[in-house]
Design a protein around this ligand. Structure first.
Ligand code: ADP
Ligand code: ADP
Ligand code: ZN
Length: 222
């Protein structure tokens, strides 16, 4: 298959990370999650991590220059040649414009922006019961996608934790930020004919089937 360069889009908790991991595995392309990269920096206690945490803990966006720099460096790496799936980036118009510039420098362009459509009520239910593996990053949900043993990752045995920003109050702020700063990005991509809306409400496997269908309709079968 020719390279697959896609963005997975949607509000916090819509299932971007879950679907991005599945796409990444099936198509053999890196899953680039700015949220995961920033959380690693926070974990490491780097200067960047400390700065980022002051925004993340309040549900606010980390400054554009910081995340754009991270993504630029990441896309330059060799493993992005067969393509990539961006998750949680771009989140502002400025980030979308800079992404176009970076891709232009590399002689690339996006194939598709998959927009996961999920109600705010469902998003709240998903985020407040989300658990993440502290070792491999696998994503669980206490009701819809629970681990076999409580607090233990099925894949690697790592300990599961709840993200600091997954509280109801912070999620409400993140949803406000999404509507004000991130939704305009969707219009930007719609004008360019790149957006495919996917119903994100069905079970994980069904949403993934739909995304695979969509990718084959654009790129042909794997
Ligand atoms: P995002 O990356 O958009 O914030 P996640 O992939 O982390 O979203 O998913 C948020 C939560 O919802 C997780 O607990 C995940 O297990 C759960 N989830 C993801 N997709 C579905 C789905 N289709 N149905 C039910 N729960 C889901
Ligand atoms: P979710 O999909 O649940 O909203 P993410 O893991 O994508 O969560 O992001 C968590 C936090 O990391 C965001 O609330 C924000 O503070 C920061 N962040 C992640 N990606 C970006 C980005 N592209 N621009 C600015 N801040 C970001
Ligand atoms: Zn794990």
């Amino acid at each position: 298959m020719t390279p697959l360069r896609m963005v997975i889009f949607g509000p916090p908790g819509s299932g971007k990370g879950t679907q991005a991991k599945l796409v990444s595995e099936l198509y053999g392309i890196p899953h680039i999650s700015t949220g995961d990269i920033l959380r690693e920096e926070v974990e490491r206690g780097s200067d960047l991590g400390r700065m980022a945490e002051s925004y993340m803990s309040r549900g606010l966006l980390v400054p554009d220059e910081v995340v754009i720099g991270i993504v630029r460096q990441r896309l330059m790496r060799e493993d992005c040649r067969p393509g990539f799936i961006l998750d949680g980036f771009p989140r502002t118009l400025r980030q979308a414009e800079e992404l176009d510039r970076i891709l232009g420098e590399l002689g690339w362009r996006l194939d598709v922006v998959v927009n996961l459509v999920v109600s705010e009520e469902e998003v709240l239910r998903r985020i407040t019961l989300r658990r993440v593996c502290s070792v491999c990053g696998e994503i669980y949900h206490l009701e819809s996608n629970p681990p076999k043993r409580p607090s233990v990752c099925d894949r690697c045995g790592g300990r599961l934790y709840q993200r600091d920003d997954d509280t109801e109050e912070t999620v409400r702020e993140r949803l406000r930020v999404y509507r004000a700063q991130t939704e305009p990005v969707l219009r930007y991509y719609r004008e360019r004919g790149l957006v495919r809306d996917v119903d994100g409400n069905p079970p994980i496997e069904e949403v993934f089937e739909e995304i695979k269908r969509l990718i084959s309709s654009i790129k042909g079968p794997i």
